[in-house]
Design a protein around this ligand. Structure first.
Ligand code: C2O
Ligand code: CU
Ligand code: CU
Length: 567
């Protein structure tokens, strides 16, 4: 991701506009992926201080794109060099909860987390980002995020553009607020700095992408903390939506707008045949968003009151310029009419309907805190116990005056109802985030399959990161059909913890143990001990508060962590 000033400075009126060529993150392929999350800095602004950032590997902001193949086993190695506790979540992937990177799976400063899993998801665009309790916004807006592209045989058999960076482009779009000393602000209600793949695209900068004169694929991710975009192209140029969050749509959907809320992804095809030499712009037509959707038109405020909102709210603005360049060799010039066959569950198959109301302390609350069914997130409270294999309808009812993008881990879902109607075609594919406008409702259906774990829950939350950090999150466990198995004991036989859960004494057996440390959910060390003469030790937990702990055992060349529940 080099920031090339390709056309240098263009004079536009009296303003100098610096134009940057769209950076394309490098890819990493499997089976072994090494991610090093570290501190860095970027001079985002022409004057003033550098902005402190978090990034992965060689980057100063964001990280490489991970290419995963459905059906293959992958081994991740995520090292935490940010000097703060974190987690890394594989957003959208269907995984055991222990590998999911939610707030219970902390990576301590200096530690390496090594999840491994089988890729079970359909070809689509996913992403990774931190998910540490109360600090997701703070860490993600500093740039700790990247894309994941899953490939599968169904998608591979279609005549679609898939040459990464040539006719298939990742587009991580963010809108952020920077404070007076140029640092990203988690509570960014006045967000007006647009970044595309980490390149500045506002306030005197534009980003230009050179796209060939053929069918081009764009993988759009809204990685903003709160803003919803309403993407489209200048001259109302039509495009085709081919994939939603978790897979291909049945057929391409022709449109000239796609609304994308934080966390959502969409893959689109744009036909640039015969347009060599022309330019167009990717825009956000935010004037068309409904009131209450972040980024849409805002309530009129009394004259003279201080600005509460971003100057971009409710206006149409430029995200990126596209310059059409000559065709590549073997261009894709037509679009398939059939993509795949999604088979949604039907309402009749559902075992249960759960209603999740989005609430606040009063109807006038605009910036939180928001709750689910009146409850603020509690790491120690399991909100739902879902039997493995359960097919469920979740009814999301927004009783607040702002829109919330609802996201659930573990599953992809199918929308079956939006405001009492059948959702439109682009929302009928697999999804893991859905925007619920103010005083509106949405129903989805999904199946909780494959992975049960009575210890580590999966999350559901609002993907407006400040809402999430402020408590608009809940958690569920998927219960195995036969309970009472000590599933932690079987997972990794070089570290055994029993009984687990415990209320009193716990035994820890590990091979070649040189030290052991135990951390609470906030990453604070509450117990540490150097090697005992044996490979076993017993610890009395009777004075510890109830909850989930991380046991870390170090041997000479590795450290292993596991969960311990005290109740
Ligand atoms: Cu993208 Cu629970 O997160
Ligand atoms: Cu997620
Ligand atoms: Cu929200």
């Amino acid at each position: 991701m080099k920031f090339l000033l390709n056309i240098g400075l263009m004079l536009l009126g009296f303003n100098t506009i610096a134009q940057t060529l769209l950076p394309i993150p490098d890819t990493l392929s499997g089976p072994n992926y090494v991610l090093n999350m570290h501190k860095d800095s970027v001079q985002f602004f022409p004057t003033g201080k550098i902005s402190h950032t978090y990034a992965f590997n060689q980057y100063k902001y964001l990280g490489p794109t991970l290419i995963l193949n459905k059906g293959s086993n992958v081994n991740m190695s995520v090292s935490n060099q940010i000097g703060d506790t974190t987690t890394v979540h594989w957003h959208g992937l269907h995984l055991p909860s222990m590998m999911d990177g939610g707030p219970h799976t902390i990576i301590l400063p200096g530690a390496i987390w090594t999840p491994s899993f089988t890729v079970m998801d359909n070809a689509a665009t996913y992403w990774y980002h931190p998910h540490f309790m109360g600090k997701t916004a703070k860490q993600a807006i500093k740039g700790a995020a990247g894309l994941i592209i899953v490939r599968d045989p169904i998608e591979a058999a279609l005549n679609l553009p898939r040459k990464y960076g040539i006719d298939d482009f990742p587009l991580i779009v963010q809108c952020q607020q920077y404070d007076s000393v140029n640092q990203a602000m988690p509570l960014g209600m006045q967000d007006s700095t647009i970044l595309v793949n980490g390149a500045r695209a506002s306030h005197g900068y534009t980003v230009n992408a050179n796209f060939p004169a053929q069918i081009v694929r764009m993988r759009l991710l809204n990685a903003s903390g709160e803003r919803t975009f309403n993407f489209g192209f200048t001259a109302n140029k039509q495009f085709k939506i081919i994939a939603s969050d978790g897979g291909l749509l049945n057929s391409p959907v022709t449109t000239n707008r796609i609304r994308l809320s934080p966390g959502e992804r969409v893959e689109i095809l744009i036909d640039l045949n015969g347009m060599n030499g022309q330019t167009l712009h990717l825009m956000s037509y935010a004037s068309e968003l409904a009131m209450g959707v972040q980024g849409g038109p805002t309530m009129p405020m009394p004259v003279g009151s201080p600005p509460m909102d971003s100057p971009l709210n409710g206006i149409d603005f430029n995200i990126m310029q596209i310059t059409v360049v000559p065709q590549t060799a073997n261009p894709v010039t037509t679009i398939p009419t059939i993509l795949t066959t999604n088979t949604p569950f039907t309402a009749g198959q559902a075992n249960i309907t759960r209603t999740i109301r989005f609430t606040a302390d009063s109807l006038m609350v605009m910036d939180g805190p928001f709750y689910f069914n009146g409850n603020s997130f509690d790491m120690m409270r399991i909100d739902y116990e879902i039997p493995l294999g359960s097919i469920e309808i979740w009814k999301l009812v927004n009783e607040t005056m702002v829109a919330h993008p609802f996201h659930i881990h573990d599953v992809q879902f199918f929308l079956i109802d939006r405001s009492g109607n059948v959702p439109s075609a682009e929302e009928l594919g697999r999804k893991d985030v859905v925007l619920v406008p103010p005083f509106d409702s949405v129903m989805f259906i999904t199946k909780f399959e494959d992975f049960a774990d009575t210890t580590i829950p999966f999350m559901y939350h609002c993907h407006i990161l400040m809402h999430e950090d402020d408590g608009m999150m809940g958690q569920f466990i998927v219960k195995p059909l036969s309970v009472g198995v000590n599933e932690l004991k079987n997972n990794n036989n070089s570290l055994t913890i029993y009984p687990n859960p415990t209320s009193n004494l716990v035994n820890i057996d590990a091979k070649d143990m040189t030290s052991i440390s135990i951390y609470n959910v906030l990453g604070e060390m509450i117990y540490t001990q150097n090697k005992t003469s044996t490979n076993s030790m017993q610890i009395n937990t009777s004075q510890w508060s109830k909850g989930i702990y991380t046991v870390q055992v170090n041997s000479n060349n590795q450290s292993i962590t596991k969960k311990l529940i005290v109740n």
